[in-house]
Ligand binder design. Sequence first.
Ligand code: F6R
Length: 261
Amino acid sequence: MEVIIRPDKASATELVAKLISNALIEKPDLVLGLATGNTMEPLYARLAEMHKKERLDFSLCRTFNLDEYVGLPAENKNSYRHYMNEHLFKKINIDIRNTHLPSGTAKDLDKECEKYEHKIKKCDGIDLQLLGIGKSGHIGFNEPLSAFFSRTRVKALTPTTITQNSPLFDRPRDMPKRAITMGVGTILEAKRIVTLVLGTSKSDILAKSVEGPVTSMVSATALQLHPKCVVISDEKAAAKLKGKDYYKWIFENEPEWEEYR
Ligand code: F6R
């Protein structure tokens, strides 16, 4: 795992946008794993801008989102399908048939999860998986005690996640309490992982995720096991990291990061 600390939200977001655009230029039919949430909104706005101003081409790109609420149809404005359409897909030249999210309204949810895994395999797996980290330490909706070998399945959400996300609903009590999520095992199979974590409210969970012991109590600690995972944060989220100076030295000195400095 590598940790990159940028001075603020904008520069951390810009770095992630550049990593994604470079990956897409290198492989136009990139299989991109996507996340939703507040952290991703400025990132998707920036990718849309890159499409408009720099002609970043998504025409062959294929996407798989991490998760979807159980019970919310695509048209519901709190569904993640709706979020993705509004924040990204409508603003770029992606073929909507190449965008995938699990259906939270499938009659047989277990079958829907199996089908989702199958679709990912048919595309030869995810090339680049984008992640955020929730206050409960979740990646996707893998709440504490999710098995590190888990696959796409239905998970009950924790009170921490319900508190984090329910303000986004007109009536907070309408937030579904279950979601379909790729498993930790599914996520760890991505060829490369880019995790974006921003703001003071994430400083405790970021320190636990990156420098704490690997434990299924904090699903994001599983990222320490991935051979090609970078966590990009701003100074505020990085405030409680013990190895801050070393991580900064890496960004300033490693040739891999030269073009991003
Ligand atoms: C949602 C997802 C979640 C979020 C996490 C952080 O698709 O994957 O794991 O990334 O809850 O959400 P924000 O960015 O709203 O703090």
